[in-house]
Write a protein that binds this ligand. Sequence first.
Ligand SMILES: Nc1ncnc2c1ncn2[C@@H]1O[C@H](COP(=O)(O)OP(=O)(O)OP(=O)(O)O)[C@@H](O)[C@H]1O
Length: 242
Amino acid sequence: MIIVRNLSKTFPPNHRVLQRISFQADEGELVALLGKSGSGKTTFFRCLMLKEKWDEGQYIYDGQDISSVNAWERFQLRKQWAYLEEKPALNLNKSALKNVLSALLFKKSWVRFLTNSVSEDDHMEAMDYLDKVGLLDKAHEKVEKLSGGEKQRVAICKAMIKGARVIYADEPVSGLDPEAASLIMQDLQAICRKEKLLIFCSLHQVELAEKFGSRIWGLSDGKLTVDIAGRRLTHREKELIF
Ligand SMILES: Nc1ncnc2c1ncn2[C@@H]1O[C@H](COP(=O)(O)OP(=O)(O)OP(=O)(O)O)[C@@H](O)[C@H]1O
């Protein structure tokens, strides 16, 4: 699904953040990305989401070389990707349900877009996703009243209803207590398996990467120093990352 060869990124004047990163990742994989603070995890995601330009390297998505796509194709590609942040960008004054439905903005027909109307199907689909993440009873609750973990689950529902095929989750469980963090990781693992998504998830907690990652990557000094199937990391592997 994604093939990257020798991707490098330098911030001016000469801060090299990513150095010749190469990998292939496919649908159904949950890639847990570990790395020290400042190791380049966010920059890496931003490059893959075309929010940041890279200096050199080849990036192929679904067989298509990204360097050759035009602005319209980029726009279409971006619709297939979702970004989950530590603090999800939600409208706090609106209900969980309305926040989820807002992700349909670009999927709606023009008539429904202009009249801002929601079809019965959209409504049911949004409720289904909220149900899947255990938020059905909070569907009509204002987001400002939800906990950090619940807000993150609303953001996951937004990604799902948008029809995202790739999710970039940038430290989605930072700031959550261990139980809430584990629930979010369980949700990501479940949708990854069921919907055959490709999920990249940057984490600071090694244990979560070991428990939920189908694959574990380590980023250090701008290089992918570890790329293994999900399992307990050895001492040596941890040293290569931290
Ligand atoms: N727009 C920018 N201009 C210049 N330098 C930047 C820019 N964005 C990030 N950097 C630098 O690139 C390096 C990597 O930053 P990045 O945010 O990608 O790391 P990270 O691994 O996500 O960190 P953290 O775990 O703390 O979120 C840092 O040294 C940062 O200061």
